[in-house]
Design a protein around this ligand. Structure first.
Ligand SMILES: [Fe+2]
Ligand SMILES: [Fe+2]
Length: 279
């Protein structure tokens, strides 16, 4: 039977977004079916690519060169959904990458349950946003997108705790902060499909942050580390910029992320003005 790590690499090396997410759904369903029967299939070992395969379009540009969005216009809302679809496609790859890249670290089966589920949900998110774009006369690939989305994965390619700190506990937690404002934009425009897609994403992203917190704490406990101190050290090492308030304290709490984890990193905004912002 094909191992979970091999399946993860198969997703990572598939370029087309719809094909990648179809494969992601299929592998997630196979894992779930095996777990429902009380088993698993082997996690195995497989070498993930340094960067995941990507379609020819969208063109990937440095963030400063990606045209700014004005969400008051239909074109601006298309640009916003396009940027989100790009984030979701990267999220699909990030969750399969954590499975394959750290397959040599012994982890309980629940670790894989969580990231397989997260990858499955990101695949749904990407497709929901693509459906919205297509209904609005656009598509994923029609606009340029952010080139440095994979940076966090490369920076933490050899550090599972660092990966958990930066990806779910910083980047995905940031999604919880900004999504309510995006929902308001689409509510003002009366765009029901986009509102429904964003509400699904908002509800499910709480779980992804929670998986990050759960396994971060588990690894710290296993290794006798203080989770808060370790989180601060890893975010300072790998994220290299302050965290941007305002924070969604309520949803962060629902994910198990306490304020004393993230507020001290935001306070460095005052201490070091002009340092790199959120990537
Ligand atoms: Fe997502
Ligand atoms: Fe997510």
């Amino acid at each position: 039977m094909t191992s979970l790590a091999e399946r993860a690499v198969e997703v990572l090396t598939t370029a087309d977004g719809r094909a990648k997410t179809a494969l992601s759904h299929a592998h997630a369903a196979a894992w779930r079916a095996a777990r429902a029967k009380g088993g698993t299939f082997p996690v195995g070992q497989a070498m993930p690519p340094a960067r995941p395969a990507r379609p020819d379009r969208p063109e990937l540009l440095p963030p400063r060169e990606v045209p700014r969005r004005r969400p008051g216009s239909p074109q601006g809302r298309i640009a916003l959904l396009h940027a989100l679809a790009h984030i979701e496609l990267n999220a699909v790859d990030l969750h399969w990458d954590i499975i394959a890249r750290f397959a040599h670290v012994p982890m309980p089966p629940g670790f894989y349950d969580d990231w397989v589920k997260a990858a499955d949900e990101e695949s749904k998110h990407f497709n929901l946003l693509c459906d919205c774009l297509e209904a609005m006369g656009s598509h994923y690939g029609a606009l340029p997108a952010h080139a440095f989305m994979w940076q966090a994965a490369e920076d933490t390619a050899e550090d599972l705790l660092g990966r958990l700190a930066v990806v779910p506990m910083v980047l995905e937690a940031r999604g919880l902060d900004v999504t309510p404002g995006m929902i308001t934009i689409f509510e003002r425009a009366g765009e029901a499909d986009a509102i429904a897609a964003l509400k699904t994403i908002y509800a499910e992203e709480v779980g992804h942050v929670a998986y990050g917190v759960k396994w971060f704490n588990w690894l710290c406990g296993r290794d006798g580390l203080d989770p808060k101190d370790e989180f601060h050290a890893l975010v300072r090492r790998y994220f290299r910029g302050p965290l941007k308030p305002p924070f969604n304290d309520e949803k962060r709490a629902e994910s198990g992320l306490p304020p004393d984890f993230y507020w001290p990193l935001a306070e460095e905004v005052e201490a070091a003005p002009g340092t790199a912002g959120f990537r």
